[in-house]
Design a protein. Structure first.
Lengths: 91, 184
């Protein structure tokens, strides 16, 4: 049994300078949008995804590392058991 | 989120800071790209980095102790070393700006971005050395000062720092040297 946390990520497009440090640190959570020339969370992280505490720490590192503070994290819920519908769960 | 982290995030999100960061990335990317596309310059900066890494701190101590009375040299050494440690262990860990590892403007990996970048300690040492050399009228300034000025440029060229990191570090070094010489 492992603790899982459901999180949601957003990136403020007005602030993002497309430097890519978020993508370099956690490639599965962020993607580059060629149309807007900005980084955005991947669809599953945008909608809400269960992550392990270790993955959450990595996500928090991307928030600290964003040079313009454009990334926002919302913790939606925590669960003790690994949920069956856990998109992007890569542990 | 701690109040300090919240404050740092607010500052990062402010318009002047985002503007400076945007310009900073462009200048740093341009310099990195320019140096990387000229192998002779690139090799020179790598060689320069290897030498200066081992020379900076001993050089400052030798200069101070050879040119100032013992007590003054000790006080000044303590001052600039304390500021250096403050930069390394406090300021960098509060700002948490990642080191660049840019290839053509995009982060190309995470190896070097595990440590923090703002401000540059090397540029701080360079600013301190330049000022001390000029204020104390040390010999061969025409030879040494350009070398000290090259040090911050090499940090950007080799992708260890952004442009603003080295400017800030250099200015800090100059201020500490001027204040130190005036007050101590």
């Amino acid at each position: 049994m492992s603790k899982k946390i459901k999180i949601q990520l957003t990136i403020d497009p007005e602030l993002c300078i497309a430097c890519g440090v978020c993508h370099a640190l956690v490639p599965e959570a962020y993607t580059y949008d060629e149309k807007t020339d900005k980084y955005t969370p991947t669809p599953e992280y945008k909608q809400g995804v269960f992550v392990s505490p270790k993955q959450l720490e990595q996500i928090k590192e991307t928030i600290d590392s964003c040079p313009v503070g454009a990334i926002k994290l919302k913790i939606l819920e925590t669960a003790e058991d690994e949920p069956s519908n856990a998109p992007g769960n890569q542990d | 989120m701690s109040p300090l982290t919240r404050l740092v995030t607010r500052i990062k999100q402010s318009k002047p800071v985002t503007f400076i960061v945007r310009i900073d990335h462009k200048i740093s990317d341009w310099l990195e790209h320019f140096v990387r596309s000229h192998s002779v310059i690139s090799k020179f900066f790598v060689f320069f980095k290897e030498i200066t890494n081992f020379v900076g701190i001993p050089l400052i101590l030798i200069i101070l102790f050879l040119n100032l009375p013992l007590q003054r040299a000790v006080k000044l050494s303590v001052l600039w070393i304390l500021i250096l440690l403050f930069i390394e262990y406090v300021v960098k860990n509060v700002i948490k700006r990642k080191r660049p590892y840019h290839i053509d403007g995009k982060w190309a990996g995470t190896e070097k971005i595990k440590s923090f970048s703002f401000p540059s300690s090397h540029a701080y040492v360079a600013g301190f050395l330049t000022t001390i050399w000029l204020l104390l009228h040390l010999p061969a300034a025409y030879f040494f000062v350009p070398i000290f000025l090259l040090l911050p440029i090499s940090r950007v060229a080799l992708n260890y720092h952004f442009f603003v990191d080295v400017i800030t570090g250099f200015v800090l070094g100059v201020l500490v040297a001027v204040l130190g010489i005036m007050l101590i």
